[in-house]
Design a protein around this ligand. Structure first.
Ligand SMILES: *[C@@H]1O[C@H](CO)[C@@H](O)[C@H](O)[C@H]1NC(C)=O
Ligand SMILES: *[C@@H]1O[C@H](CO)[C@@H](O)[C@H](O)[C@H]1NC(C)=O
Ligand SMILES: *[C@@H]1O[C@H](CO)[C@@H](O)[C@H](O)[C@H]1NC(C)=O
Ligand SMILES: *[C@@H]1O[C@H](CO)[C@@H](O)[C@H](O)[C@H]1NC(C)=O
Ligand SMILES: *[C@@H]1O[C@H](CO)[C@@H](O)[C@H](O)[C@H]1NC(C)=O
Length: 753
């Protein structure tokens, strides 16, 4: 405790001393150029933090490594040669197409022309394909994104070409797990399907002239067609979508298996959803990541999977990541129809990695971080926390209603209902499969809520757990403020499978509890802030006074953004703020230019809600622009961790119309101090410490540092004209968003007991 106090005092002194230069110093310290005592280093690293979570984390005693526990419960019949045995539980994990004990039951996701009606109580999904897997009648109405004018893969609900370049399924009587005779070229229902039959009758949902797809030079007919669509499934690429490509599996199957569109197929004796676990009694083998350099660049074998090193280096929290029933995680990845969805990274042609701009990317991102982190433990008995890597955002958007399966537990209703029921079912599954839920009533279990309204609609069954969310709304009595009907969690839905409705299962908790939960930054890949001084671009003159580019609600109800964006947009337009005051507010048609460049040239940036959270806090902070927050009773990301008042401006919604006068009244000195303080925390708002991500960032930093403007800015920094925040020169991996979350979690351990 005395130590803690000393740190706090030191921190205060240092903050006063370095009020405006601390940002620069912490960069130097991270590069190891300055030799300071450990206490000083910690104090600097913990600048602008509230409470002692940061210092306490750094001053903890490391935990010794232990050999990982290993399971040896056998599964029946080699999981029917399709599944993966979990030697901890003796249950089979089944990929798409299979389910049930031993993966002995077929689980179809057939292509269909219509969704099941809510009254329909059949348990099997509907289908509009015959035994030959072709659509029964092209001219019959009805369109779903799984409708297929080709050959249907009815394990996945995915469509492929018919004809010479088309799919030939495995024979009906082939043993389970037999691959198709020919995979075929994919046909995405959303863009690639022919719009007529061969004789010109219109069909539903098609986009392309029949000739392009099936004509003499058609994509499905010849090896080098005159036209080819974009590829759908991640594991096919190339100009004609017929070259094998890598697919994303979180953790890259640890170098002990290979990825089948999101489902890891493990080498013999390896198990778990990322093949990181080794069956009891077998020797640990070197991983084979080097055989797939494009995977090796992105991941590493989890430290917990290796022989325990003698030196104690592990820091708490220790986190156990559940190997979930695949339906809640990896099967959903298999069901997505396009690579850029559901994941924070994916492989493009020639296995080139792209970090995704999918706004719910934290879902797979945090999962992958944890899988390969030193915080991960395979031993539930020593775990401080249990992470539940369910893919609810993937379910809610790219999977739900693309085919007539899966439903939790029946069709119909708003899409939030599906994820609510999925979570309820999932907790039941954890509770029957493992003893750890009951032990502490789920208080040490962590759930991520990346969707627009975050944990607002979290089922009550997880209400005592730790929530990581993007949405810091705090009112206890809340109703949905989305403008999007399918996300409206206030409008109840009753049906045969849930006669009581879903609302009763989500009532009685706030969207977020500032004590037990944490509002975390959304996933922003580095290409979205490449011109920022945070990526070593020279600090530019900030010649835009106030900036916002995005949806200003032109096509929306006043529900959207609580009316704030609409109001300010109108004021700015009607009064010509752009030319009078350099205030740029509008959508892409109003405000032109490179988004990252403009943010890094802006003094203030507007942060107002969208349908729920908005990415504007991240966009502002990551560019060193002062966030101007207009959302009542809502915490911004990490608000409970940092002294956000020192680097943001907050305006009540009722005063939104006074934004210009309020900002103009801020004295220059105060502004400089806010900008400097922002420079002490901005790196905490980015995800930067995944292997491929940090090397991408480093490359960008090197290239930005070669910018001719950099020298000029450097010269300027030596004078009084220094621009804040200063260009970041440190190691991007240090204290990024993920490690900030870990540091906070450490401080919460005692409260989960
Ligand atoms: C196919 O569907 C159309 C439109 O419903 C119908 O007119 C036609 O008779 C159907 N063809 C067959 C062979 O059933
Ligand atoms: C497919 O291509 C072959 C060879 O070019 C051609 O003979 C055949 O008619 C084409 N099929 C269709 C349906 O156009
Ligand atoms: C990409 O990865 C896949 C799957 O691992 C592999 O089959 C293919 O050869 C790789 N392609 C290239 C260009 O390396
Ligand atoms: C967990 O299982 C126990 C014992 O079967 C039961 O009493 C409890 O209600 C279950 N809790 C949940 C959340 O399912
Ligand atoms: C959501 O549902 C509630 C209750 O039915 C309703 O009052 C509200 O207007 C709905 N919101 C939207 C955006 O439809």
């Amino acid at each position: 405790m005395a130590f803690m106090l000393a740190i706090a005092v030191l921190q205060a002194v240092l903050q006063a001393a370095f009020a405006s230069s601390g940002d620069h110093l912490s960069g130097i310290i991270q590069e190891g150029k300055l030799h300071l005592s450990e206490d000083t280093t910690i104090a600097l690293r913990c600048a602008k933090t509230k409470g002692d979570w940061c210092a306490a984390f750094h001053s903890q005693k490391p935990v010794a490594w232990k050999p990982a526990p290993r399971g040896n419960k056998e599964c029946p019949d080699n999981c029917n040669n399709v599944g993966r045995c979990n030697y901890d539980t003796g249950y089979c994990d089944c990929p798409a197409g299979w389910r049930g004990p031993g993966c002995k039951t077929r689980q179809k996701r057939p292509c269909t022309n219509m969704f099941r009606s809510p009254e329909d109580q059949r348990t099997e999904p509907m289908s509009h394909i015959g035994p030959d897997k072709r659509d029964l009648n092209w001219t019959e109405p009805g369109f779903t994104p799984s409708r297929c004018y080709g050959i249907c893969d009815d394990d996945l609900g995915m469509c492929y070409c018919d004809g010479p370049m088309g799919r030939i399924p495995a024979p009906d009587d082939a043993p389970p797990g037999t691959p198709p005779v020919r995979r075929g070229r994919p046909l995405l229902a959303t863009h690639d399907m022919p719009s007529t039959t061969y004789d010109g009758q219109p069909v539903h949902g098609g986009h392309q002239p029949y000739e392009k797809v099936y004509g003499p030079q058609g994509y499905c007919n010849v090896s080098q067609p005159s036209w080819a669509p974009g590829c759908g499934p991640e594991d096919l690429a190339g100009p004609y979508c017929d070259e094998p490509n890598e697919a994303f599996c979180p953790g890259g199957c640890s170098g002990h298996g290979h990825c089948d569109l999101g489902f890891c197929r493990c080498d013999v004796g390896y198990y778990g959803h990322d093949c990181a676990r080794r069956k009891a009694g077998l020797p640990l083998l070197p991983n084979t990541l080097s055989q797939r350099p494009w995977v090796a660049e992105q991941v590493r074998e989890p430290p917990a999977a290796l022989e325990p090193p003698p030196k104690a280096t592990r820091k708490r929290p220790l986190i156990y990541v559940y190997d979930l029933e695949p339906l809640y995680q990896s099967k959903l990845l298999q069901y997505r129809l396009a690579s850029a969805w559901c994941t924070h990274r994916y492989y493009q042609y020639k296995n080139e990695t792209r970090f995704s701009e999918w706004c719910y990317g934290a879902e797979s991102g945090i999962h992958e971080y944890l899988l390969i982190s030193e915080h991960r433990t395979f031993d539930p008995d020593e775990a401080d926390y249990f992470y539940v890597p369910y893919y609810g955002a993937c379910m809610i958007w790219p999977v739900f209603k693309w085919a007539d399966y899966p439903y939790f537990h029946g069709p119909g209703g708003p899409r939030v209902l599906q994820v609510i029921n999925m979570l309820r079912e999932l907790v039941g599954w954890i509770n029957t499969t493992y003893p750890y839920w009951q032990r502490r009533g789920g208080r040490d279990h962590i759930f991520l809520f990346p969707h627009d309204e975050g944990g607002c609609w979290a089922p009550n069954v997880v209400k005592d757990s730790v929530w990581l969310t993007h949405w810091g709304r705090m009112d206890a009595e809340h109703t949905s403020k989305t403008s999007f009907d399918a996300d409206n969690y206030t409008r109840d839905y009753k049906s045969w499978y849930q006669p009581e409705g879903f609302v009763t299962h989500i009532e009685g908790h706030a969207c977020y509890d500032p004590v037990k939960d944490l509002v975390i930054p959304i996933w922003r890949p580095s290409q979205l802030y490449w011109r920022s001084p945070l990526v070593s671009a020279p600090s530019k003159p900030r010649d835009i006074f106030l900036f916002f580019r995005g949806d200003v609600g032109k096509q929306r109800t006043m529900m959207y953004s609580r009316g704030v964006r609409q109001k300010i947009y109108k004021l700015a337009k009607d009064n010509d703020w752009a030319s009078k005051y350099k205030v740029l507010i509008g959508d892409g048609s109003d405000v032109l230019g490179d988004y990252s460049d403009m943010l890094s040239r802006s003094v203030f940036c507007l942060v107002a809600t969208g349908d729920g959270w908005s990415a504007r806090t991240e966009d502002a902070v990551l560019h060193g622009c002062i966030p101007v927050i207009i959302m009542d009773n809502v915490h911004i990301k990490f608000e409970t961790l940092f002294d956000v008042d020192s680097f943001t401006v907050r305006i009540p919604e009722a005063d939104a119309g006074r934004i210009l006068e309020i900002l103009q009244a801020i004295p220059a000195e105060k502004l400089r101090s806010m900008q400097a303080h922002l420079g002490q925390v901005w790196h905490r708002y980015r995800y930067a410490d995944l292997p491929g991500l940090s090397s991408a960032l480093r490359k960008q930093m090197e290239s930005n540092a070669r910018d001719p403007l950099a020298k000029e800015a450097e010269a300027l920094s030596a004078t009084k004209e220094v621009r804040y925040p200063r260009s970041f020169k440190g190691d991007p991996r240090v204290d990024d968003a993920f490690s900030t979350i870990m540091q906070w979690l450490y401080s919460r351990i005692p409260h989960t007991r």
